[in-house]
Design a protein around this ligand. Structure first.
Ligand code: FAD
Length: 442
């Protein structure tokens, strides 16, 4: 492991052979704010604080920025976003500010949507019925919330046939990364409408990494303890210790729930309960590059399908005009494939596509990659979901801890939680809270 520069500076000061009280160089001074995590929330908070004239230091466990937004730009010949990919509800989504600030190119998603069951595209009549089922599902959820504070979506949507099974899978597993029985109707309805939707030309992760380049980040430093009992906040990491006047914690709820990060004083019971009631969803992607043209479909076509075994998945076939496919799985299926490990997810994706496009594609797989966000120790899943009855826990998680430790990250946003927009908005909110306690320029 390479040690970060800040750690080496501290060590060289301690080990000075001259025994002189060395004045640390300006960049080694304790920052106003230490920010834990260099994902969208951490980068947004850092940029806002820097713009307000404060010094910041972001501390990141990985060797890169972006967190759950990461683009592989080389393996497949097109930008493969392992995590965040789209900006939904583009007219009102706070994430559009990143596009503007990074001067990135947003591409309006106008791709055609095909719906298939057991390998066959729906008939015209079935498309009409499918649309009715989807509308009725939305109506049922809204209606149920008029009479009760919350309910599990699975209690409202009980599928009677494959068409309903697929339509309902588009509510929980394929949209929220959880089964409908684990999905809070209240948390679900927090999400604004999805249109218009944009993708980013260079890839979402690539844009975010570029947008964050001016932010000072200490890489390969996993935070293990945040102590705010002294005059300053002390952050202990696997690569040394640092102090700051305030701290912003942007970690995924699943990472906080592992208990591998200690807080002094201890987090309140309410905050610990909020972390427990906002567990991580399961959503993964499989990218497949084919050696030749095996999919007879227009470039960039969206497919939502139920396999013969009644497993739901989404796909984009021939993305960026490549002989490739992206397959998305969520909820119990995503979790099961991740637990099985090895090539299970790729095997599923290939078989699922073969049901629709023919067995010829089985022998044409040139490259593949399946994400495993649940096994990633710095993510532990795809995004936070509120358990039924606990949609209000996002506001609890967002509360400051002990006055000088602020909480951000997608899970804390009241409207855009689970999304890049929520991470961004939460970073700005936490920066504002930190500024309020720090006062004017130092
Ligand atoms: C497969 C998938 C698809 C998605 N699709 C979309 C989409 O299309 N549109 C959308 O808007 N959103 C999408 N999302 C969600 C989106 O990626 C997240 O909501 C957002 O990126 C979260 O940002 P964040 O800053 O809150 O958290 P993160 O990005 O998780 O940032 C937290 C950072 O903390 C670091 N860290 C963890 N532990 C430690 C530690 N102990 N010490 C120091 N650092 C640590 C992590 O490495 C990470 O960099 C998707 C996510 C996934 C996984």
């Amino acid at each position: 492991m390479t040690l970060p520069r800040w750690f080496l500076i501290r060590r060289s000061l301690l080990m000075s052979p001259f025994g002189l009280a060395l004045v640390p160089p300006a960049q080694a001074a304790d920052p106003d704010v230490a920010i834990i995590g260099a994902g969208v929330a951490g980068l947004a908070a850092a940029r806002a604080l820097m713009a307000a004239g404060k010094s910041v230091q972001v501390i990141e466990a990985r060797a890169r920025t972006g967190g759950r937004a990461f683009t592989d730009s080389t393996t497949f010949g097109f930008a493969f976003d392992h995590g965040a990919q789209w900006i939904e509800a583009g007219k009102i989504n706070p994430a559009m500010a990143i596009v503007r600030e990074a001067a990135a190119k947003a591409i309006l998603d106008q791709s055609e949507q095909a719906i298939c069951v057991a390998g066959k595209e729906l008939s015209k009549e079935d498309y009409e019925r499918f649309e009715k089922i989807a509308h009725e599902a939305t109506r049922k959820i809204a209606e149920a919330l008029k009479n009760q504070p919350d309910v599990a979506v699975g209690r409202l949507l009980v599928a009677q046939d494959p068409l309903e099974r697929l339509a309902y899978a588009m509510v929980g597993p394929l949209e929220q990364g959880v089964e409908n029985g684990e999905l809070s109707a209240r948390d679900f309805t927090r999400q604004p409408e999805a249109e218009p939707q944009y993708a980013i030309a260079e890839g979402m992760g690539a844009m975010i990494a570029r947008w964050g380049t001016k932010v000072p980040v200490k890489f390969d430093a996993r935070v293990v303890r945040v102590d705010s009992t002294g005059a300053q906040v002390t952050i202990e990491t696997t690569a040394g210790q640092m102090r700051a006047r305030a701290a912003i914690v942007t970690l995924p709820t699943g990472v906080l729930a592992t208990g591998k990060i200690g807080f002094a004083p201890q987090l309140s019971a309410a905050k610990r309960e909020a972390i427990a009631q906002l567990p991580m969803a399961s959503f993964n992607k499989v990218a497949i590059l084919f050696a030749r043209r095996v999919i007879d479909a227009p470039a960039g076509r969206n497919v939502t399908a139920l396999t013969r075994k009644e497993l739901a998945f989404d796909a984009i076939v021939r993305p960026a005009n490549r002989e490739a496919a992206l397959v998305f799985v969520g909820g119990a299926l995503a979790r099961a494939l991740e637990e099985e490990g090895g090539r299970a997810a790729v095997t599923f994706a290939v078989s699922a596509l073969a049901e629709i496009y023919g067995n010829d594609l089985r022998g044409a797989v040139a490259k593949s990659h399946a994400t495993q966000w649940g096994r990633d120790p710095y993510a532990t899943g795809s995004w936070s979901v509120a358990r039924p009855g606990h949609a209000d826990k996002r506001a609890v998680l967002a509360q400051p801890h002990h006055d000088r430790v602020f909480f951000a990250g997608e899970a804390t946003d009241p409207v855009w939680a689970t999304r890049v927009g929520g991470a961004y908005a939460s970073g700005l909110r936490a920066a504002k809270e930190a500024l309020a306690v720090l006062g004017g320029k130092r």
